[in-house]
Write a protein that binds this ligand. Structure first.
Ligand SMILES: C[S@@+](CC[C@H](N)C(=O)[O-])C[C@H]1O[C@@H](n2cnc3c(N)ncnc32)[C@H](O)[C@@H]1O
Length: 220
């Protein structure tokens, strides 16, 4: 039976702002719990307000590892004012720009999980460029343009340790299902075609792949 978060953690997840449905969250949690058993950190691209981070952090806490979560906290294209996924409460009134960091910090504090998370505020490709540590899991839930999704894949997939997991959110094989585009689907295909990853599970738009070889992870 898949390992699940306790009721307090599930309540905190459901109460948090964000975009992940419970069914996908439970699949993410099971992957995180499995990967954390490798004794390596878990890495998330796309913190937003911490909804998925809660689940990663609880799995990490149980295994005695940390979560690194990366976000510039200025929001993705589809979260900007005027777009469907915009939440006016995430706008810093002084700067007039989105800033999800304060909400994220409150969310994590209320969930009692601050000690298990290292929040990195910055652009994913810049952080990946200086990253040197193998990780047990990479969860890609960042920008939805091809530019951003490809940069996330190219920057972070090589850091998944052998036996570790690459989890990709918002994978929609049918273009009618996803108006923000199919870039996550295209990086999922790249991961499979690289020879480095093998699919483990699919739960709605969440795909879990295992690192099963060296493969070819850089664009030619
Ligand atoms: C879909 S949201 C993440 C949702 C979150 N995982 C959850 O469960 O609610 C995408 C996040 O990626 C961040 N983002 C987009 N492109 C980024 C980039 N190039 N570097 C860092 N963060 C980025 C945005 O600021 C946004 O907070």
């Amino acid at each position: 039976m898949a390992v699940e978060p306790g009721p307090d953690v599930l309540d905190a997840f459901e109460a948090a702002k964000g975009f992940m449905p419970v069914k996908e969250g439970l699949a993410l949690y099971a992957a995180a719990a499995e990967a954390a058993a490798l004794g390596l950190p878990l890495l998330e691209v796309g913190t937003y307000c911490g909804r998925s981070t809660i689940l990663l952090a609880d799995a990490a806490r149980a295994a005695g590892v940390s979560v690194i979560t990366v976000d510039h906290h200025r929001g993705s294209e589809e979260q900007q004012p005027g777009w469907d996924y915009h939440d006016p409460a995430t706008v810093d009134p002084e700067l007039g720009r989105m800033d999800t960091l304060p909400t994220f910090r409150r969310t994590l504090h209320r969930a009692g999980l601050e000690d298990h998370v290292i929040a990195v505020v910055g652009r994913s490709p810049q952080v990946a460029a200086v990253w040197r540590t193998p990780v047990g899991l990479v969860f890609i839930d960042g920008g939805h343009t091809d530019e951003h999704a490809n940069a996330d894949y190219e920057g972070w997939a090589p850091h998944v340790a052998e036996g570790g997991l690459l989890v990709i959110h918002d994978v929609f094989p049918d273009p009618v299902d996803e108006w923000t585009g199919q870039a996550p689907y295209r990086i999922y295909l790249r991961a499979l075609e690289s020879g480095a990853f093998t699919e483990v599970s699919a739960t709605d738009s969440l795909r879990v792949l295992r690192r099963t070889g060296a493969g070819s992870l850089r664009r030619d």
